[in-house]
Design a protein around this ligand. Sequence first.
Ligand code: OAD
Length: 233
Amino acid sequence: MEKIDLQTFHHIVFFTGAGMSAESGVATFRGAGGRWKEYNWQEVACQRAFDRDPERVLDFHRLRRREAIGCEPHAGHKVIAGLEAAHPGVTVVTQNIDGMHQRAGTKKIFELHGSLWRVRCPQHGVWEDRDPEFATRRCPHCGSWLRPDIIWFEDMLDDKVVAGATRAILACDLLISIGTSAVVWPAAGYPELARQNGAFCVEINPEPTEISGLYQQVIRGKAGEVLPELFEK
Ligand code: OAD
C-alpha cells in the first residue's frame, strides 16, 4: 500500500460512513447484514413514522443505542483521533450518528446526520441524552415526545453543520473517504466537490462504490486494518 505523508498536506478531511464502524460491530445500512434489509425506514426512521407511532420509532432507536454502547472504537478510529492531536488541519466529516469517533478522542467533527446521543423537543431545543434505555421519552418542560436529534429520511440537514462540513471539504487538500456507499445526498457529493477543488482523494472500502472512479488512490480493505498502516510515521 502506498503510504501517505500527512506533513505534505495542510487540510485533511476524513469523510466517514457506516463502514467505519463496521469492525466495531455496528451494523451498516446496505449490503450483507445491512440495517435497511431488516427494517423499513418508512416505519422507523422518518418524521411521519414518529408522528404516527413515536414509541415504535423510539424503540428502534433504543436498539441502536444499546448496540452502539456495546461496541468499542477500533484501531482505525484511534488512528484518526491521534492524527488530529498531532496535525492542526485534521477534520472529520461523518455520516455516522453512533459517536464512535468522539469516544476514540476526535474533537473536530461535523456529524452530518446528527447524533443518537441527543434528543430534540419541538419547543425546548436539543440536549444530550446518553441513556441507552431511552427511558425519558417526553420533554420534562412541556410533555412533548422527544425525538432523537438525527437526520431521518425526508428531513433537512442542519444548515450550520452542512456549512461547516462544506467549508472543510472546500478547504481540504487531502480527502480520505472511508466506509461509505456514497448514495445518500448531499454527503455523496462531497468527494467529488473535494476533487474538483484540487484535493487528493483516497477511498478505503473493501467493495467498489458508484464513485470509486473519482479517487486517485483506492484501497480495497477494511478501515481498522488499513488506517494503522496508511501513514508515514
Ligand atoms: P452504507 O451501509 O450505505 O455503506 C457502508 C459502506 O461501508 C459500504 O460501501 C461497505 O462496502 C463499506 N464497508 C463495510 N465494512 C467496511 C470496513 N470494515 N471498512 C471500510 N468500509 C467498509 O453506509 P453509509 O454510506 O454510511 O443515513 O450510508 C449513508 C447513510 O444512509 C447513513 O448515514 C444513513 C443511511 O440511511 C441516515 O440514517 C440519514
